[in-house]
Design a protein around this ligand. Structure first.
Ligand code: GH3
Ligand code: MG
Ligand code: MG
Length: 373
């Protein structure tokens, strides 16, 4: 009788112990599920950020900053195949120095590192300098394990997204990579989307003949510069440039050579400007230059440099002798603009005054620089 009691007491203890262990296990699983839920939630937020990025820079900043935080990675790089310099050109239009983004690698030719560029699926495992150093520049932390994830669009490799970790077991050979692949598909689509968007934006704000900005861009930029000048109480100068007797040039050389002259004038204006200045073709043979933070006397120096650069060196055309081209320039400046005045009014006034100064330059014999007074 006693021994039966003893046996059932042992069984009860065992059951209680098993129960305790099961509860612990269940607790662990619940915690794990909770963690997984949180990871999924953060991953979801990251995807929304990637999809919602308004431009190329916002997208790559999310890839280089938010993605490593959310996915617990020590370094993320992105290599893009840029054989036609589309990305380089886009960065130039955005006035961004590529060296500011050490994690962004642009490759002119995909054959440079053969094997990695034929990957169809992510490659995961230990970091091998001979193989991976091209993807993780020396200025960034050197990973211990890595994932190289090919990015494809329309069956074509567009780049490699590279994850590095200081933990050896973060990426191991044979581990499942489905999740990484989904992430890569989202990144690839977002990249294609923002690159196309930036291209469209650029086209819509560029003059197709001369390649300088168009009137729409100048008007938009003028508002931005005026708001900036109002906020910081800085000056802003504007040049209105018009080719002299351009109709005669067209009549004597033909419209096509007239177009060449327009391109050359645009290029010569551009060559005299700083990076913060902007030139746009405003109409037929008229250009507007915005000179932020420039007082009238300095604007006169810039305008005269442009006028002399164009007037002194004859323009070469294919069919005939070099021809001489001159321009007239009207200048207006606003000094520390009134903060209360609507930017649109100040913009209009700046342009109208530069235009009337130009009119005077024409009346006074052309090939002249005149300031509004
Ligand atoms: P002014 O010295 O008074 O400025 O005389 P102008 O002949 O330069 O001025 P006008 O306004 O009489 O003529 C401008 C000419 O520019 C007329 C137009 O045919 C020409 N033009 C406008 N757009 C283009 C273009 O895209 N290509 C070419 N080749 N000519 C153009
Ligand atoms: Mg004109
Ligand atoms: Mg003219």
């Amino acid at each position: 009788m006693e021994s039966t009691h003893a046996t059932s007491a042992i069984e009860t203890d065992q059951l209680a112990e098993e129960n305790r262990q099961l509860r612990e296990r269940l607790q662990d699983l619940l915690l794990q599920a909770h963690d997984n839920q949180q990871i999924l939630q953060r991953q979801h937020e990251l995807n929304l950020k990637l999809i919602g990025a308004e431009g190329f820079l916002e997208l790559i900043e999310n890839i280089f900053q938010t993605l490593p935080q959310i996915s617990s990675l020590d370094v993320v790089t992105l290599l893009l195949i840029d054989s036609q310099d589309r990305v380089r050109g886009m960065m130039a239009h955005l006035h961004v120095d590529i060296s500011r983004y050490p994690n962004l690698l642009l490759l002119r030719h995909e054959k440079q590192n053969g094997e990695l560029f034929s990957l169809q699926k992510p490659e995961v495992g230990p970091y091998v300098a001979a193989r991976h150093s091209v993807l993780f520049p020396a200025t960034l932390p050197e990973p211990v394990s890595a994932a190289v994830v090919p990015l494809h669009r329309h069956n074509k490799l567009i780049g490699l997204l590279n994850f590095g970790s200081l933990q050896p077991d973060r990426f191991t050979k044979g581990m499942a990579t489905d999740f990484i692949q989904v992430q890569a598909s989202i990144v690839a689509i977002c990249l294609e989307n923002v690159i196309n968007q930036e291209r469209l934006k650029h086209i819509s704000l560029t003059d197709p003949l001369t390649g300088v900005r168009n009137r729409r861009y100048i008007e938009k930029r003028l508002h931005e510069e005026i708001s900036h000048a109002q906020r910081h109480q800085t000056p802003l100068s504007c040049l209105f440039i018009d080719i002299d007797h351009f109709k005669l040039i067209n009549d004597s050389l033909g419209h096509a050579h007239g177009d060449d002259v327009l391109c050359e004038v645009a290029a010569r204006i551009q060559s005299e400007l700083r990076v913060y200045d902007v030139v746009g073709r405003f109409g037929g043979e008229e250009f507007v230059v915005l000179l932020p933070n420039i007082l009238e006397e300095d604007a006169v120096l810039v305008a005269d440099r442009i006028r002399i650069d164009i007037g002194n060196e004859p323009f070469q055309t294919d069919s005939r002798e070099a021809i001489s081209v001159t321009v007239s320039i009207g200048i207006s400046t606003i000094l520390a603009p009134d903060r209360e005045q609507p930017p649109i009014e100040l913009a209009q006034r700046l342009l109208t005054r530069a235009d009337s100064a130009l009119y005077r330059a024409k009346k006074e014999g052309r090939n002249k620089t005149i300031c509004w007074d």
